[in-house]
Design a binder for this molecule. Sequence first.
Ligand SMILES: Nc1ncnc2c1ncn2[C@@H]1O[C@H](COP(=O)(O)OP(=O)(O)OP(=O)(O)O)[C@@H](O)[C@H]1O
Ligand SMILES: [Mg+2]
Length: 349
Amino acid sequence: MLDIVLKALNKIKSNLSSARIFIAEFISMDLALFFLFWFYLKDLSLLFILIILIIFLSLVLLYFIGCKRNSELEEIKGIINNIRKNKFSNSNEIKLSKNLSGLQEDIKKMFEKTKSDIEYLQRLERIRTEFLANVSHELRTPIFAIQGYIETLLNGAINDKNVNLNFLEKANNHTLNLNNLLNDLIDISMIESGEMKMSFRYFNINEYLRSLVQELMPMAEEKNIRLIYHPVNDRLQLFGDKNKLKQVLVNLIQNAIKYTEQGQVEVFVEDEPKFGKIIVKDSGLGIAEDDLSRIFERFYRVDKARSRAVGGTGLGLAIVKHIIEAHGSKIEVSSKIDAGSEFSFRLKK
Ligand SMILES: Nc1ncnc2c1ncn2[C@@H]1O[C@H](COP(=O)(O)OP(=O)(O)OP(=O)(O)O)[C@@H](O)[C@H]1O
Ligand SMILES: [Mg+2]
């Protein structure tokens, strides 16, 4: 019996305390009624009874308000608990009673935002793991090769005049690849951590491309590929970071040479009203439709074996994309298998 009374008292207390945010309004209303009755009623005993009645009615009202608030709070708590326990797979499963429909929309939005944040973090984590796996793999390949050559030399091949120089040269080539890979990795991490400092200036694109193509001529000649630069209006000045653009163009032209068996690589500029469009076009292997959207991913190579054989790690185009985006531009590519590829981007005039 006592138990039931205590429980009821506790319930009343909890409901009243839940409604306490309205206490100030109720006190002001009670005081207003008190002064009103006092002004009109001269009978003190009647006034006293009325005051008691008003206070009682106020408490009853506060109790019911508290009841309603408590049940709403319980409903919200239930939804939050279910979200915490991952019981909802999409926001449409979140349902609150009609009078909480405004809040329901806010909770749904919060749920969707948290869900997409978590998915984003999971994706980043996956990319990070994949990246680490790729880096380790790419490092291991040249290190194993160098180790192999050195061991063979130490085991006697050093005295074999037919192979010793050849092995040393091969080991040396692998150290060069290793160095290139590390430089690319440093670039990628600088770019992605936002530490890449850009220095934008206007420069004469004609002069710039002519000397760059000249620098890369020996590589093309070695493969018997014609590397052609079509000059543009000598007064054309474009806006960009010359050093970073050199990295972009060297990679694009080297790719064009590397992935072309015969024919030519052309470099030219289209003079548009507000931009200069720089184009590197080859008559090489081309890239299949499915690979086109992926070649800008880190470490993505269409043909891993072939790329590695020509000294590629698949970081070049990822760096190109970052640098071009830092210029507020976009790298574009069109390609056809066995017909060739065309990479281009625009720079502001
Ligand atoms: N002009 C091209 N013609 C055909 N395939 C290309 C061309 N340019 C790039 N690719 C393909 O895209 C892949 C990614 O190019 P990317 O420049 O990122 O890497 P890579 O040249 O293999 O290595 P890295 O540039 O890091 O030395 C290449 O491995 C190649 O398969
Ligand atoms: Mg490349």
